[in-house]
Design a protein. Structure first.
Length: 217
């Protein structure tokens, strides 16, 4: 009996091994993919009154031996983005050579009498919001998301290297989609001596500042 069934058992073992090899060669496979796009948001920048701080007609009689303040003008800056982002901006004073009192927070008002300087103005950020919630503002970050040097309810706008941003009270930069702030301008007229003499013709204030924005995911 033993000798009769031994070949059959051997044949069965060979057939099973062959069947296993065929299954491994034809096993179905599936492909997995992980996809997505990392893109910078699109942001729109707007300032009320087209960014103009208009002091109207100014009488030359206010120009004398002392610097004269023209008071405050306020416009609102709004930056709206289609994705959440950090936001900062840097200023360039296009009339920097005409600043009558040099400071990192003073901007020029233009020239008069060839070499005279009309004065200067300052800018301040206040009443800021991020996505509708009250926000602090600050200065000093070199890169997006980095800590600020200072952060408060209001802050002077600095020209040149210092960048301005929206932040928490702990100097951490704030992320959001909609950023707003009032920009308050205070203009000062130079003395008659600093203007190079009396004003004998019509002269227009010529302050001009460019704000360059930086944002990313």
């Amino acid at each position: 009996m033993f000798k009769k069934f031994q070949p059959a058992l051997l044949a069965g073992a060979i057939a099973l091994a062959a069947g296993g090899q065929a299954f491994a060669q034809t096993a179905p496979t599936a492909q997995l993919s992980v996809i997505g796009d990392i893109t910078a948001p699109t942001c729109d920048v707007g300032v009320t009154n087209s960014g103009k701080f208009d002091y109207g007609n100014i009488s030359p009689t206010v120009i004398g031996s002392a610097v004269y303040s023209l008071g405050n003008q306020t416009q609102t800056l709004t930056v709206s983005c289609d994705a959440s982002t950090y936001m900062l901006y840097q200023t360039v004073d296009n009339a920097a050579a005409s600043v009558s009192s040099v400071s990192t927070s003073n901007f020029g008002l233009g020239m008069v009498n060839t070499t005279g300087k009309l004065g200067y103005y300052t800018l301040k950020m206040q009443n800021a919001t991020v996505d509708g919630a009250s926000s602090s503002v600050g200065y000093g970050p070199s890169t997006l998301g980095s800590a600020l040097t200072g952060c408060a309810a209001s802050e002077s706008v600095y020209n040149g290297a210092n960048k301005m941003a929206w932040c928490t009270s702990t100097t951490a930069m704030k992320a959001g989609k909609v950023f707003t702030t009032d920009l308050v301008s205070t203009a000062y007229l130079n003395t008659e001596t600093g203007m190079g003499g009396a004003i004998t013709t019509d002269v227009s204030l010529a302050g001009s500042t460019t704000l360059t924005f930086q944002f990313a995911l």
